[in-house]
Design a binder for this molecule. Structure first.
Ligand SMILES: C[C@@H](O)[C@H](N)C(=O)O
Ligand SMILES: C[C@@H](O)[C@H](N)C(=O)O
Lengths: 164, 164
């Protein structure tokens, strides 16, 4: 019995940073993330979409307490790259996990359907093989988590999921 | 001995689709990905960054053979959303995996350093707990894979990594 999603989780206190309009050429992301790594700041989600006109934007999250340090690092760097920085403080990351995702199509779609049904707006999306994470306003976090729990029936005891 | 990255992989023949300027409100991603799921098209990477001015852009990849079907689905949908569609046919996904990523900072940075050193431009980035994927031009794929192999010493036999 192969369940595509076996768990969901929330990180309540994240902060999002966006660097908008960096040159879309090799080495730029390296400059940005090595400056952040030098300050020993752990980055969580990173999402970059394709750029246009030779520019791209990179979004990432850190824990809320690290936001001031992060901004202190990226602001001067963005200036030297001709880019701008924007951020949001009250965001939460909601994720679903499951090895079954590899063999099931439409898992992301079901997560998005759950959030749409709960009236939750997704600010960022990033996917791995066995995990999908979305960033939502902190005010929507618990509602979002509850809606994916329901959609994937994570509160029902599953065969083999633990004690009988 | 906790190694942050235990493997790297490439998917050579991916195609990227971008839907630019969708309304940034609940339910929009659901409309897009349910239309795609109805055609039984498996979506691989999905990356969305925060929008601005009430609009957002969503990038995703499918296998190259699915590109015509995918465009046939998303083009009319984009029109009804007041958005535009763009795509790229010759792209490859290069990923690194490792459970040790959870406890090591700077893994993404080291991957980006490897690609920067190889002169590879990253078109898209998405991250999970134990996996980081980047989309590069197909012409750069093998070079990119080789550079991360080298950086994370994936070709050296590791203690406990197999036969003595
Ligand atoms: C935008 C940034 O990711 C750039 N393409 C790089 O490779 O560093
Ligand atoms: C842009 C799109 O992701 C939208 N924010 C949604 O939640 O569907």
């Amino acid at each position: 019995h192969d369940v595509p999603v076996c768990g969901a989780a929330i990180v309540k206190d994240e902060a999002r940073v966006g660097i908008v309009g960096v040159p879309d050429q090799p080495g730029i992301s390296h400059r940005i993330f090595s400056a952040i790594a030098q300050e020993n700041i752990a980055v969580d989600m990173i999402a970059q979409n394709v750029g246009s006109g030779g520019k791209a934007s990179i979004g990432f999250t850190v824990t809320k307490t690290e936001l001031p340090n992060t901004l202190a690092v990226v602001r001067p760097l963005a200036v030297s790259l001709g880019a701008s920085v924007e951020h949001a403080e009250e965001v939460s990351k909601v994720s679903i996990v499951g090895t079954g995702m590899r063999t099931h199509t439409g898992v992301a779609e079901r997560m998005f359907a759950a959030l749409a049904g709960a009236g939750v707006n997704m600010k960022m999306i990033t996917t791995g093989d066995i995990k999908i994470s979305v960033l939502v306003d902190k005010a929507d976090g618990v509602k979002a988590l509850r809606s994916v729990h329901q959609t994937f029936q994570l509160d029902k005891p599953r065969a083999g999921a633990g004690l009988p």
